[in-house]
Unconditional design. Structure first.
Length: 277
């Protein structure tokens, strides 16, 4: 693991492999851990990059640091510049969709291609529990740790169509436990602002790069219709439903997702004029 210091934040990241650059963006309440097996599988043919957004995973969780979509997009732009990447392929899940889209549409960051899986990208978004927490973040941040842990584990488990293995559930919940993790969990939900998603949707027709949208047919957090609307708003984008998967494609349908990733990246990397690192 390496650290990128940015505006007082410590952003954890890692890199492996060689070839065309592929950058993975996680969402909430996740971390780069969800993408690690896929990055490792692709590292024989690509240079893969993983990072934890500020306020998530192994990155710093300072209560004074905003963690909204705008800040995360700026952090992503700065990190890509730090890596000296020009037109990487970007793979995004959940919140990572909004972040990667804003970096491209607002900050002018260029990508070779963009694959989005069950992303938070356009309105509306958010599960019933997410909306409840957003309305009462201060109250819930003060619940006893054992109640908080039960809430987090139930919330995370609900994202999967298939029951999560205990080891996976524990790994996903761990960053949000303890005196640092518990308040950070509620802060990142309180920071959610749908205004950024509306701005993304208004700019979708400006996207001029290969885009693929994947969606779990059993996603109860964000319905498939939202993914279809997202793809329809982007010129030339393709959409593919993933059967038997909920919001956590990485754990519900890993083989189907890995197949989609390799196929998409192999074709995109072979397109003329794609000389990214």
């Amino acid at each position: 693991m390496e650290i990128f210091d940015w505006q007082g934040r410590r952003i954890a990241w890692e890199r492996a492999g060689s070839g065309h650059a592929v950058v993975f963006c996680h969402g909430t309440p996740w971390s780069s851990w969800l993408w690690r097996p896929f990055a490792e599988a692709l590292s024989g043919d690509f240079t893969v990059y993983l990072w934890d957004m500020p306020g998530y995973g192994r990155s710093s969780k300072d209560p004074e640091h905003p963690v909204d979509f705008g800040v995360q997009a700026e952090a992503f732009r700065a990190l890509l510049a730090h890596w000296e990447l020009d037109r990487p392929h970007v793979v995004a899940h959940d919140y990572g969709g909004a972040v990667s889209l804003r970096a491209h549409l607002v900050h002018g960051v260029s990508y070779a291609s963009l694959l989005m899986a069950d992303v938070v990208a356009i309105p509306p978004s958010g599960s019933p529990f997410f909306r409840l927490v957003k309305e009462h973040p201060d109250v819930l941040a003060r619940v006893p740790p054992y109640i908080h842990e039960a809430l987090v584990r139930a919330y995370i488990g609900n994202a999967s169509f298939r029951q999560l293995r205990e080891a996976d559930l524990a790994e996903l919940a761990a960053p949000w436990l303890g005196p640092e993790g518990q308040p950070a969990f509620y802060r990142q939900i309180a920071a959610y602002d749908e205004r950024y998603l509306a701005e993304n949707e208004a700019r979708l027709d400006r996207i001029d790069l290969p885009v693929r949208v994947l969606w779990g047919t059993e996603d109860t957090w964000i319905p498939q219709a939202t993914g279809e609307r997202l793809a329809a708003g982007i010129r030339g984008a393709t959409f593919a439903p993933v059967a038997g998967a909920g919001h956590l494609l990485q754990l519900d349908a890993p083989v189907a997702l890995a197949t989609e990733l390799r196929s998409w990246l192999s074709v995109s990397a072979a397109l003329p004029g794609r000389d990214e690192r």
